[in-house]
Design a protein around this ligand. Structure first.
Ligand code: UGA
Length: 476
């Protein structure tokens, strides 16, 4: 089929390359000529494992090319995928739909023959009929231009695999013809028995935000339990393991740590609560405010714990930060908990040196006041405290014996609960992981905390608000 993919960010670039990979003729379109140039040369404008191979393969096959022209897109495609961003509005929790609307308004006047426009961007429930009316009035082909909603569930870091082998395909359609076309687009996936859920556009729009809300709730649930563990002496990892054996609950997304960030979960739960309010059912999703609040509190707790481990003040201390991106295997620092904590400890007067395997460029643009280092050893030189904030697998390869010789004080706060605490302890490190207070006082070369307080006392230390950093929002 001849497909266009409009918007070549994380979602669109991967979708375009993967659709060409499965045999379609694809034209990727973006307003950013720099992005289009890079993609045309087979260079993804962001870090995503495996994407460069699929991209270069698709370009070499002659089935994938890129353009900045919506009129070219209209002339080329029978199906147009809309993959532009829907960020949070600057002055409210609601989604900003201006990019989606710009694509619809820019494309419509060029649509002179029947086609299907398929939204993949995350939008508030009820958006599709509004856009359908805009298309129908703006397109010369009028009612022959149909619209469908087909949300995307890919995760950064696994985007290619998630696109080629999705858990499910959700098609929000208003006609059998649109359904047929989408089944044809995804024929290889359907042949591989990927579940295909054909529904109305409102349900399809809602599936996406409901899925992200559920995932966010699961993460905040286990982080809330980590707070209870810190106060009661229980262990959150064992708790999550035990809960996870219940197949109704499951172990995935019960990883307690610094909480969720990125360009999706935080803004999606906020946009959902805003939309529910407009629909008069704000009460129904009020718990999502609490989910957001618990999530942001993990950043404050981490800073408080760092302060406590350092004897009450971070001022003048040298702090090494391992990880800046919102998750590993991505260079994305949007709403990154790691970067927020790094900025907050800097705000409390610490000299911060940040390392990240892929995210330094983006992190430097977002937080230019921090110092960035290209290798772990340099970041940790003379450090009074090491903060492990993003769980890159490379950090598990660090030799704690060697690193102990580099730092001034072998003291580690593993906010992601990911490093082998026993190994670090036996190399002489004092190790603290949130939600695991019992481990903080297990026998080891160094016991307890630097200040001599018990772990439970540490957890009870209130967070001092850090100036100039967004660690919290007012609860609504
Ligand atoms: C998320 C969803 O997982 C995708 O299904 C969805 O398609 C995507 O948003 C989107 O809406 O586009 P992504 O933002 O790539 O994907 O990241 P996740 O893997 O969901 O992780 C989100 C955050 O939660 C990360 O900061 C991660 O560190 C954190 N997290 C995840 C935890 O703190 N604990 C966990 O157990 C799992």
């Amino acid at each position: 089929m001849r497909l266009t993919v409009i918007g070549t960010g994380y979602l669109g670039a991967v979708h375009a390359a993967c659709m060409a990979d499965i045999g379609h003729e694809v034209l990727g379109v973006d307003v950013d000529p720099g992005k289009i140039r890079a993609l045309s040369e087979g260079r993804p404008p962001f870090y995503e494992p495996g994407l460069d191979d699929v991209l270069t393969g698709a370009i070499a096959s002659g089935r994938l090319r890129f353009s900045t022209s919506l009129s070219e897109a209209a002339a080329f495609g029978e199906v147009h995928f809309v993959c532009v961003g829907t960020p949070q509005q600057a002055d409210s929790d609601a989604a900003d739909l201006r990019h989606v609307e710009a694509v619809i308004d820019g494309l419509a006047p060029h649509l002179t023959r029947p086609c299907l426009v398929v939204g993949k961007s995350t939008v508030p429930v009820g958006t599709t009929p509004r856009l359908a009316a805009r298309l129908a009035s703006g397109a010369p082909a009028g009612a022959h231009v149909e619209i469908a909603w087909n949300p995307e569930f890919l995760r950064e870091g696994f985007a290619v695999a998630d696109t080629l082998r999705p858990d499910r395909i959700v098609a929000g359609v208003t006609s059998a013809g649109a359904d047929r076309m989408l089944r044809e687009v995804y024929a290889p996936m359907l042949a591989a028995d990927v579940p295909y859920i054909s529904t109305d556009p409102a349900t399809a729009e809602l599936v996406k935000v409901a899925a992200n809300s559920f995932l966010a709730t699961k993460i905040s649930f286990i982080n809330a339990m980590a707070e209870v563990c810190d106060a009661s002496g229980a262990d959150v990892v064992t708790l999550a393991d035990a809960l996870g054996h219940d197949t109704r609950i499951g172990r995935r997304f019960l990883h307690a740590g610094l909480g969720f960030g990125g360009g999706c979960l935080p803004k999606d739960i906020r946009a959902f609560t805003a939309r529910a309010g407009e629909l008069g059912v704000g009460e129904a999703v009020r718990f999502l405010h609490e989910v957001d609040h618990i999530n942001l509190r993990q950043r404050q707790r981490t800073v408080a714990l760092a302060r406590e481990l350092s004897g009450g003040s971070l001022s003048g201390l040298r702090i090494a930060v391992l990880g800046a991106t919102f998750k590993p295997d991505s260079d994305d620092v949007r709403d990154s908990p790691a970067l927020a904590v790094a900025a907050a400890v800097h705000g409390e007067g610490a000299q911060v040196r940040v390392h990240d395997p892929e995210g330094i460029g983006n992190a430097r643009s977002a937080q230019p006041q921090l110092r960035y280092e290209a290798d772990v050893t340099t970041a940790c030189e003379g450090a009074d405290l090491v903060l492990h904030l993003t769980e890159w697998s490379a950090y598990r390869e660090i030799d704690p014996v060697k690193l102990a010789r580099v730092v001034r004080t072998p003291r580690l706060l593993d906010a992601r609960n990911h490093l082998d605490a026993a190994r670090w302890r036996s190399a002489g490190w004092q190790v603290r992981t949130p939600g695991r207070p019992a481990l903080a006082v297990l026998p080891g070369p160094q016991r307890g905390t630097a200040s001599g307080h018990s772990a439970r006392e540490c957890a009870a230390v209130p967070a001092a608000p850090a100036e100039g950093t967004v660690l919290s929002r007012s609860p609504k």
